[in-house]
Design a binder for this molecule. Structure first.
Ligand code: PNW
Length: 448
């Protein structure tokens, strides 16, 4: 038994995203997003689920905030839906969309909870997609304009801003693998979109600074800890490519203004070039105040000719798996954040997502005994503490997610919440993991 104590100013929070929880997809002038189109197209989302209603947080946000308050969190990470603010992406502003977030932000502040806002958590206005989406550089100016509007509307109230959530998902998962909206399968498109999104991030940061907005701004990358299964050079190189796909491809431009050359060569050999225009790399590498990291998993890989994009196959080494079939690898969190500090220096780090999906069952008395999820959290909290002890500037932790919600291509069957959502009644029921985290926050630590 060890007594684990977190620093006084450690920020405990939970996270959600607009399309996954809000519903009300046609209300108060909201425009359509690529996720409306994608989810309404048969074959894209499990069971044909859509975010039309989701958790109905658009109408039930007060209940959600009451749950946050009871949980005891200092901060809540949520995202603003661009198509609520600019239904066409650019042009006419929709005040009613801003009003919804004004209500949410005011209610959070009244509850003593700091809002942490993501500007882009995947709901691109469909009107922009119709003009080529992120592959069209016009999207960069549209994004910067949208960012400027919300910066000004919430200056002094929202003090922590994240430009993009998981640029890897926006680019490769959505445009090369095709699993997420808009569902393309084209490597060149994915490479272009990753680049344009990073430029858009940089432009938004420049705008933030130019306007003198209070608070801090950063971006969130989903990092994965991929290690070679053996020390054979070909295995090391293969695992390195697979890791760089999630990590270095995004972290190097963000912090150093360069792309990793071995990856540039690899993509070139596959026929894809990064469309860099003069000034882009400087824009991308604007200094940021913190880096958000979403961490879920990791694994081991070895060389296998023609396996996937990188000649790398994953080796199963007996990890516990979540219901997403993702490896539970808490040590990977320690390793990846230690690597961030080693490689990119003392930039403050927030874990902006970490959590687990299990096949929860609601008992007759509306409880969910999700011991495995609580255990997942505990194991990752231990690593957070280890990181802080070792001098990594980890400032906060946001559990994904406050609520079971629309899990993208997996629809509603995959539950990540610490609160159970009954999709028939839309009632919320805190799970055992919620009470576990509540106690951890209360004590700012736990006995491990
Ligand atoms: C992240 N993958 O998504 C997102 O930021 C959340 O919105 C999401 O609900 C959460 O993680 C859980 O999935 C990902 O297939 C979705 O590699 C899929 C992948 C990675 C991240």
């Amino acid at each position: 038994m060890a007594n684990i104590q977190f620093p006084q100013d450690f920020v405990w929070g939970t996270a959600t995203a607009s399309y996954q929880i809000e519903g009300a997809y046609q209300e108060d002038g909201r425009g359509l997003s690529i996720w409306d189109t994608f989810s309404h197209t048969p074959g894209n989302v499990f069971n044909g689920d859509t975010g039309d209603v989701a958790c109905d947080s658009y109408h039930r946000y007060e209940e959600d905030i009451a749950l946050l308050k009871r949980l005891g969190v200092k901060a809540y990470r949520f995202s603003i839906a661009w198509p609520r603010i600019y239904p066409q992406g650019t042009g006419e502003l929709n005040e009613k969309g801003l009003d919804y977030y004004r209500r949410v932000v005011d209610a959070l502040l009244a509850a003593g909870i700091e809002p942490c806002v993501t500007l882009y958590h995947w709901d691109l206005p469909q009107a922009l997609q119709d003009k080529g989406g992120w592959a069209n550089r016009d999207a960069i100016a549209a994004f910067t304009n949208y960012a400027e509007t919300v910066f000004k509307a919430f200056d002094g109230k929202i003090k922590q801003w994240i430009t993009f959530n998981e640029t890897w998902c926006v680019s490769f998962l959505s445009n090369y693998i095709g699993a997420h909206a808009p569902g393309n399968r084209d490597l060149q498109l994915a490479v272009t979109i990753a680049h344009n999104c990073m430029v858009a991030h940089g432009e938004a940061v420049k705008k933030f600074r130019a306007l003198g907005i209070q608070g801090e701004i950063g971006t969130t990358h989903n990092l994965y800890w991929f290690e070679p299964y053996t020390t054979k050079p070909e295995d090391v190189a293969a695992a390195r490519r697979n890791r760089a796909y999630n990590n270095e491809w995004f972290m190097e431009p963000t912090f150093k203004g360069t792309y990793p050359p071995f990856m540039v060569d690899w993509f070139r050999a596959k026929g894809a070039e990064v469309p860099i225009e003069p000034g882009d790399m400087e824009t991308i590498a604007q200094p940021i105040d913190f880096i958000g990291v979403n961490f879920y998993s990791g694994g081991f890989g070895r060389y296998k000719k023609d396996e996937g994009l990188f000649d790398c196959e994953e080796v199963q080494v007996g990890f516990d798996k979540t219901f997403m079939d993702w490896n539970v690898y808490p040590d990977g969190l320690y390793k990846v954040l230690s690597w961030v500090k080693e490689e990119y220096g003392d930039v403050p780090i927030y874990i902006t997502e970490n959590g687990a999906c299990y096949d929860d069952e609601l008992t007759a008395d509306n409880r969910v005994h999700d011991a495995r999820r609580a255990d997942y959290y505990k194991k990752h909290f231990i690593q957070c503490h280890r990181l802080i002890e070792s001098g990594v500037p980890l400032k906060g932790y946001f559990a994904w997610s406050l609520l079971d919600n629309f899990e993208w291509a997996e629809g509603y069957r995959k539950r990540f919440g610490i609160v159970y959502t009954n999709y028939e009644t839309l009632e919320r029921h805190p799970k055992d993991s919620y009470y576990f985290i509540q106690q951890v926050i209360k004590d700012n630590g736990f006995e491990a």
